[in-house]
Design a protein around this ligand. Structure first.
Ligand SMILES: Cc1ncc(COP(=O)(O)O)c(C=O)c1O
Length: 433
């Protein structure tokens, strides 16, 4: 297919969509104005900002969100994958209420902490032992520092367009598309390699082999565009990590939902360490890092040489209770298989329409984690995607402005069918310009 050169109508349509959005959302505009008094840019999460101002959501129910001006949207973002349970789940609610009745904060060991740990170790083949933290970012920082201490080395291999947290991102190729620079990084000694490129990665790793303590990789690039890691590439990383005595860390903060044991279990590629986050806190702030017993033993407080790892909220009772009920009763094999099959159907359906109708879009991803990309030349691609985002909003569908689409258990097959129709219709409207 040959792609048409830029047409002014295309960019004019974006201006029109943005001003119509502004007109439809006066309450969000006002709330945003007030928010900028005390929050730089009016918020605290770059990824949820929208030009010219973000929508303010008043409440959520099932798979729906209602904004301050009363518009209702079907939520296909699911809080950037962490909102897998929908807006309210009766089992989580019950677990939280019981935990609250037993004390909001205990500041002590509890059996619920050990219970959640046992559930996670049973799910993930790489987890002999695990420790908790408060975010995926923190889990990754801890996994890196653990690996570097264990290997007594200083280099960390990461990958272009990899995202491991706010201060651990490597968007060399444009990635997250949230309009911000991603150059504020925790100052580790990074060796940035190209994702899914075995030859070049091998060349770089071989040059620095003696210094590399950790190889940190997402089994599928998440914020980098839902680009699955090739099985051969991930197998190669397993092999080379063993060869050079480095710790292979799989960041499964997003991909953990692809099966009961994440993508590692699906592919039978077992890393030395794994990081988790998002939904395993049952809707609360959460992170976890763990792995082989001989690595994680360093935190054993019974040893005279134990390494200290603190964190006031690491074992917060509400998080432990919500996470445990979710791992035990909600994120079951059947439920995850069904959700991921629905996501596969969504992706296949829209891609088939994009191809058969020669529309300048494609969807990548795995299971319930997907991303729409605009295939127009680079300058127009971002405008094309933004335009699609506004067109979907007008039809009552909420996706991330960067194109992420993540399913939750609250989304039905009918919701997805409606969404597929809306995506195709919106893509056709964009293509006509
Ligand atoms: C793969 C991956 N790792 C780590 C993180 C960071 O998690 P958090 O936002 O909880 O710090 C994210 C967040 O989106 C992620 O997608």
């Amino acid at each position: 297919m040959t792609i048409e050169p830029p047409r002014p109508a295309f960019l004019t349509a974006l201006d029109t969509a943005q001003s119509s959005y502004a007109t439809r959302n006066p309450s969000s505009a006002k709330a945003y104005e007030r928010a900028t008094d005390h929050l730089p840019g009016g918020g605290t999460r770059s990824s949820i900002f929208i030009h010219p101002f973000p929508l303010f959501i008043e409440k959520g129910e099932g798979c729906e969100l209602t904004d301050l001006d009363g518009h209702v949207y079907k939520d296909f973002v699911s809080d950037f994958t962490s909102g897998i349970y929908g807006k309210s789940n009766p089992l989580i609610r019950e677990a939280i209420v019981t935990a609250l009745d037993n004390g909001l904060q205990l500041g002590a060991h509890s059996t619920s902490e050990a219970h959640l740990a046992s559930l996670l170790c049973a799910r993930f083949p790489s987890l002999d032992l695990v420790r908790f933290a408060n975010s995926g970012t923190e889990a990754n920082i801890l996994a890196i520092t653990t690996s570097l201490r264990y290997t007594k080395r200083k280099n960390v291999v990461v990958f272009e367009d990899g995202y491991h947290g706010s201060v651990l991102s490597h968007f060399e190729l444009g990635g997250a598309n949230d309009g911000g620079e991603h150059d504020m990084k925790v100052p580790f000694d990074y060796l940035v390699c190209p994702y899914n490129n075995i030859l070049e990665t091998e060349r770089l790793i071989k040059q620095h082999a003696a210094e590399i303590g950790a190889i940190l990789v997402e089994p599928m690039l998440g914020a980098g565009g839902c680009i699955p890691g090739d099985v051969d590439f991930l197998r190669y990383l397993r092999r080379i990590a063993t060869e050079i005595d480095a710790v292979l860390i799989f960041d499964e903060v997003q991909t953990a939902r692809l099966s009961t044991g994440g993508r590692q279990k699906l592919l039978d590629i077992i890393p030395d360490m794994t990081t988790l986050g998002k939904f395993f806190g049952g809707g609360f702030a959460f992170g976890a890092f763990g792995g082989k017993g001989d690595i994680m033993q360093m935190f054993d407080a019974r040893s005279p040489h134990a390494v200290s790892h603190g964190g006031t909220f690491n074992n917060s009772p509400l998080t432990m209770a919500a996470g445990a009920v979710a791992a035990e009763k909600i994120l079951t094999e059947e439920a995850l298989a069904e959700l991921n099959a629905l996501g596969d159907w969504l992706r296949d359906s829209v891609n088939e329409a994009f191809n058969s109708k020669s529309l300048p879009f494609k969807m990548t991803g795995l299971g319930s984690l997907n991303q729409i990309h605009c295939t127009l030349p680079s300058k127009l691609a971002s405008a094309g995607l933004t335009l699609l985002f506004y067109k979907l909003l007008e039809k009552g569908y909420w996706i991330a402005q960067r194109g992420l689409i993540s399913l939750s258990f609250a989304i039905s097959r009918e919701d997805v069918e409606g969404f597929v129709e809306a995506v195709i219709a919106s893509a056709q409207e964009v293509a006509k310009l």
